[in-house]
Design a protein around this ligand. Structure first.
Ligand SMILES: C[S@@+](CC[C@H](N)C(=O)[O-])C[C@H]1O[C@@H](n2cnc3c(N)ncnc32)[C@H](O)[C@@H]1O
Length: 240
């Protein structure tokens, strides 16, 4: 084997170009995307806030995690038009239950026809509420043997750190909590003013996401893996 003397300029992080992203989408993601997910994604892209939807390559990953985990009882915080929710509903068995929380039902109603067409609406319990009171209510109601297998968090980033404490009471040991947007448009690795091409909220919330990442990285109750997929996804496995 011819091993170079200096490997300093070789990186394992290959995904540096839009062309590679397009390649992944065209070869792996779009050909396997469920018909109703594709329709929902295309409808969401036309929405003025369509950027909020989970990208399809991330949906594909979530689907594999859910199936590998044999998840039957999941929680979602932040539904929007429902791309991640429909992904979850399609990945879970017919008798599974998804508790989905969002403070604005009108977004969910945009996605509902696609969810119905896919024949998975019966798995979903949608709760229109602010996340905090809804999670508190679940903590009161849920019995030890009914804890969630998986939680996906994709709502107000400044509250993730507080949701985390609640989710550790709601997700079973061995279960997964997945936090979306933890690389926050790449800004977590920058200092000073955020590029003005981004909306204000990106700069406003950057410190919250940085704080969350630091907190998750030092939390002994979970194992973590932070992935550079979509806008950054941190997968946490509850250890105790
Ligand atoms: C980024 S979007 C979710 C995207 C979604 N996972 C998807 O795949 O399309 C964030 C959602 O969180 C909701 N949200 C924001 N703050 C919230 C809060 N405090 N409580 C509950 N929902 C909230 C918003 O209404 C919005 O629909």
């Amino acid at each position: 084997m011819n091993w170079p003397e200096n490997t300093d300029d070789i990186e394992k992080n290959l995904l540096k170009s839009d062309a590679l992203h397009e390649y992944i989408l065209k070869t792996n993601v779009f050909p396997r995307e469920h018909e109703q997910l594709k329709e929902l994604r295309e409808a969401t892209e036309k929405h003025p806030m369509g950027l909020m939807g989970v990208p399809p390559e991330e949906g594909q990953l979530l689907s594999i995690i859910l199936k590998t985990l044999n998840a039957k009882n999941t929680l979602e915080v932040g539904v929007f038009t429902g791309y991640s929710l429909l992904t979850t509903a399609l990945a879970l068995p017919d008798d599974a239950k998804i508790t989905a929380i969002d403070m604005d039902k009108s977004f969910y109603e945009i996605g509902l026809p696609f969810i119905k067409k896919a024949g998975v609406e019966h798995k979903i319990n949608f709760i229109e509420s602010e996340a905090h009171p809804a999670l508190d209510k679940l903590i009161q109601e849920v019995k030890e043997d009914e804890l969630f297998d998986f939680a996906f968090v994709d709502a107000d980033k400044n509250n993730y750190i507080h949701y985390h404490e609640k989710l550790l009471k709601l997700v079973r040991v061995g279960g997964i909590i997945a936090y979306d947007n933890t690389l926050w448009f790449g800004t977590v690795a920058t200092e000073g003013p955020v590029d003005p091409k981004y909306p204000d909220f990106v700069g406003i919330l950057r410190d919250d996401v940085v704080k969350l990442n630091k907190s998750l990285a030092s939390d002994p109750r979970i194992e973590i893996s932070q992935l550079a997929i979509g806008d950054g996804l941190t997968i946490c496995r509850r250890v105790y």
